[in-house]
Design a protein around this ligand. Structure first.
Ligand code: F0G
Length: 438
């Protein structure tokens, strides 16, 4: 049994061949996950193999996903992989953000350094590899923007037809522009993300199009490497906390699975705690984790947030995310639109920058330290999921004091830095320049 698909539901755990084209368990409807036999190498051998590949010029070794291929051995052969050298994202110290968040130290793992500017690339190289292995010619997804940008790029590089479904008016222009430039067929629908996903799941099965949303277990396998690479970069020192935004909850599922598997393989001794942060107007997972009955998730019918990447009311991967937060002793927190906007501006001032959804992390850290849940001396890594250039309208409006929350309330530009109109006059400009603050 080199690799199989398994139903995630404890009461079922049915197994299926790894090459079966299914996105949920045919027996019980549960989510699917990839399962493997233990690799032949010892933990020490794996660590040195992965570290040594960093100096290799082979494309697969240069990928921050495929370098770790023993950790996601779902392919039978590696000849047809398309890599854009995804992963390889830095760990950045951010003293200013640490101070804002109430911490002595804070490190960002910045997934915005990926080829299409978000963490989706880690999973997409795997999803597209599986599509090629299965002989698929068409791939599809519904997206709040980043999945579509990533799928469009990898499909183009692989010579697959890409069909993208977007909630009209609800994705940032930068992400839409990427999908167009990479040549994807882009359909804008008058419906929200959750409604479109339900439709696309049926459509893909009816038409035999390969579905590349995060319900696809191979996307999750690729996203595991975000945590594996982070641990490699930290010389395998486990942080106290990993903080990430929660939308459709694919990343929460992937990170939790990665840490549990690292522990099972003897690569790390214990799990870090996961802190999942949602926008207050789009927080079904937060509601679930506070409910007395956690056996079903009540969708938020009309999710609202300017962080459009995580504007999702009915997250598909909630059963996996529920397990991962629970076994890691984690927490789920919400943050307001104002808190997201201010945290985002502070991340910008670190010279780092990120898109709105990513800034929920720092806003959440600030709340968790204030509540005493996260200690000020905790070792914390926050995941910045998308690049600062993904949503430029938001930035411009915030700094000019024109950003409005979905309920119409004006967001205060507490860390605003608006452009200043200046006269074409060297004397007056000199006075102006000398009067500027830090
Ligand atoms: N951050 C960014 C920048 C995202 O694009 C997403 C999800 C998330 C966080 C949430 O991650 O869904 O794994 O909990 N974007 C998806 C998309 C839904 O279509 O691009 P999640």
């Amino acid at each position: 049994m080199p690799a199989e698909l398994a139903c995630f539901e404890d009461r079922c755990r049915a197994r299926f061949p790894i090459t079966e084209v299914i996105y949920s368990c045919p027996k019980c409807g549960g989510l699917l996950e990839a399962v493997y036999e233990k690799p032949a190498e010892s933990p020490a051998e794996l660590k040195s193999l992965w570290r040594n590949r960093r100096t290799s010029n082979a494309p697969l070794d240069q990928s921050g996903v495929w370098r770790y291929r023993e950790f996601l051995p779902f392919l039978a052969e590696y000849g047809r992989i398309v890599t854009l050298r995804e992963g390889n994202t830095p760990l950045l110290d951010a003293p200013r953000a640490a101070q804002f968040g109430g911490l002595d130290h804070l490190t960002f793992k910045h997934q915005g350094f990926n080829p299409t500017g978000s963490f989706k690339d880690n999973g997409m190289t795997c999803g597209v590899a599986q599509a090629l292995r299965l002989g698929m010619t068409r791939v599809a997804c519904v997206s709040t923007g980043n999945t579509s940008a990533s799928m469009a790029a990898y499909a183009a590089a692989a010579g697959l037809q890409a069909i993208i479904f977007l909630p009209q008016g609800n994705i940032s222009f930068g992400k839409l522009a990427q999908a167009l430039e990479y040549g994807a067929h882009t359909l804008q629908l008058e419906a929200n993300f959750d409604q479109i996903l339900a439709l696309v799941r049926r459509l893909s099965e009816d038409l035999g199009i390969y579905l590349l949303n995060s319900v696809n277990p191979f996307r999750i396998e690729g996203q595991k490497t975000i945590m594996l690479e982070m641990m490699d970069q930290r010389d395998w020192r486990v942080p106290d906390w990993v903080v990430l935004p929660g939308g459709n909850l694919g990343n929460t599922s992937a990170f939790g699975k990665a840490f549990r598997e690292m522990r099972e393989l003897g690569l790390i001794p214990q799990l870090p705690r996961l802190a999942v942060i949602q926008a207050a107007g789009s927080a079904p997972f937060h509601n679930l984790m506070r409910a007395a009955d956690q056996s079903h998730l009540d969708p938020v019918e009309h999710p609202q947030t300017l962080a459009t990447a995580i504007k999702i009311g009915d997250p598909v991967s909630w059963p996996k995310a529920r397990l991962e937060v629970s076994v890691s002793g984690g927490v789920v927190e919400t943050v307001t639109e104002q808190e997201i906007a201010d945290a985002k501006a502070i991340i910008g001032r670190c010279g780092t920058g990120c898109e709105p959804a990513s800034a929920t992390t720092l806003a959440g850290i600030r709340k968790l330290t204030a509540a005493g849940i996260m200690g000020e001396d905790a070792d914390v890594v926050a995941i910045l999921t998308g690049n600062v250039l993904k949503d430029q309208d938001y930035i411009y409006q915030y700094h000019r004091g024109e950003l409005r929350a979905p309920d119409g309330a004006l967001i205060a530009p507490n860390f605003g830095n608006p452009p200043v109109a200046a006269p074409y006059d060297i004397g007056r400009i000199a006075d102006l320049v000398n009067s500027l603050g830090q």
